[in-house]
Ligand binder design. Sequence first.
Ligand code: FAD
Ligand code: DLZ
Ligand code: SF4
Length: 516
Amino acid sequence: GPALVFILGDQLSRGLASLRRADPSRDVVLMVEVAEETTYVPHHKKKIAFILSAMRHFAEALRHEGWTVDYVRLDDPDNSASFTGELARALDRHGCRRVLLTEPGEWRVLEAARAWPGTLGITLDLLTDDRFLCSVAEFGAWARGRKQLRMEYFYREMRRKTGLLMAGDEPEGGQWNFDAENRKPARADLFMPRPHQPEPDAITQEVLDLVERRFPTHFGRLTPFRFAVTVEEAEAVFARFLQVALPSFGDYQDAMLRGEPWLYHSVISPYLNVGLLDPLSVCRRVEAEYRAGRVPLNAAEGFIRQIIGWREYVRGIYWLKMPEYTTVNALEATRPLPDFYWTGQTDMTCLREAIGQTRDEAYAHHIQRLMVTGNFAMLAGIDPAQVHEWYLAVYADAFEWVEAPNTLGMSQFADGGLLGSKPYAGGGNYINKMSDYCSGCRYDVKQRRGRDACPFNALYWDFLARNADRLKGNPRMAQVYATWARMGETEQTLTRQQAAAFLAGLRPWTPQADPT
Ligand code: FAD
Ligand code: DLZ
Ligand code: SF4
């Protein structure tokens, strides 16, 4: 009989391994919208709408190509609400006993899939997801026997493997990494490029109505909705980025400005992660821009490193360390997540801006996630499990394989230094240098103590003092601990009291409260 090709919501690629293995004249594609996936964390409304609309458009595209697609909608009255339940129903409908599945992106789903042969009596062909450059097995082999895992060395392997920005055996420009040129603050009066923003069509409109009806209490603003939901639209977003923003991508990668969510970022992570854009093709296009002399090397290299370096690297770490990875808590942080992560209501301008645009756009760029919301949570000693759940819920690009290592490893140091060699901790100074937030803030970034002192300052020193046993031995932390020691006991005590008073004033978020 026919095989069932089960395609998940982040597998929307025409060249998907399971599709390549199947025969459109015989086999049936199955796609399902299920409550289990829409609610395993309280996803942002825009994220749910993006994924469901992209799924519906993908199903249409496959039908156009001649596939038979069985598509189950969320509001189908017989919907059993889970991947397993919907697969079981579909097997009966089509009389199938063989399922083709490209390996899922999340451990949770892979575990469920591994049980199917036993519980459903099927043959399951689990195929490697070759949309990634580095397979899980290949990363495991690379990691084996290394005392320390570092992205930079992995990245060089990926450059050699793909030939991207190589001059023979050497890196283009004589260096692997040009980050030293990439840390410029942006100016508020620059004319900012805008990402291309497609208009919703009838399919998207129907999904928007569904999301508003089904998830009225979920976080986030649903409209205006301007995500790309097809390959063609995602290509248009990327093409605009190449033309208007890529040349300055490197220079302003770490900059933050009030009212400017996108700056010179590509805003393509949702499309890469659900499969509408292909990571390697994207990098080849960026390399071509450099070779054509239209963008500088620091921009092209910096962009390509994020994708063939960081993106592949964090995925490797995820599969290497799951299932333990999502429960790590190396700094033993236990404070509940403050309410303003969901309400956006705080006097701290940096956090209000980052969280406000997250609520509106389901997007924040890397430095906002790392040095504003992430940094604050780590300094304040927030329970990493709660931080992890927040990031997984609020960003349109959030899937656990990429979100968890970034959150728990890079931003919270909860893995004890597996992903990054030292905590990304910073006081108000860092934020002030890279943004215009502080000039519009009721707090004074220059003060450490007193009513108007920027909370990041005392929290920063309190974090270091609290974790001295764990971090002091790190050679990369020697200098800050020396500064702390020079402060003297009285100033140290007063600084820690300042931090304690601030922390005591944080209100935990209670799930009963309506997150608007
Ligand atoms: P650009 O700045 O234009 O970068 C280009 C591309 O590089 C991105 O689209 C993305 O695919 C890739 N990239 C850049 N940095 C990283 C990184 N650190 N890890 C993996 N890929 C990277 N990214 C996600 O895709 N999903 C997440 O759930 C996610 N959670 C994060 C949580 C925290 C706490 C932090 C610090 C970072 C997280 N990131 C995540 C990484 C990064 O912030 C986003 O990929 C990026 O902001 C997406 O915006 P962009 O497409 O405009 O990126
Ligand atoms: C994130 C998500 C959401 C919100 N809804 C669905 C859905 O209804 N159907 C589906 O197939 N996938 C959805 N997804 C994406 C899945 O959560 C994702 O494919 C798995 O977690 C594996 O990475
Ligand atoms: Fe954030 Fe402190 Fe600057 Fe205010 S002064 S924006 S709280 S870093």
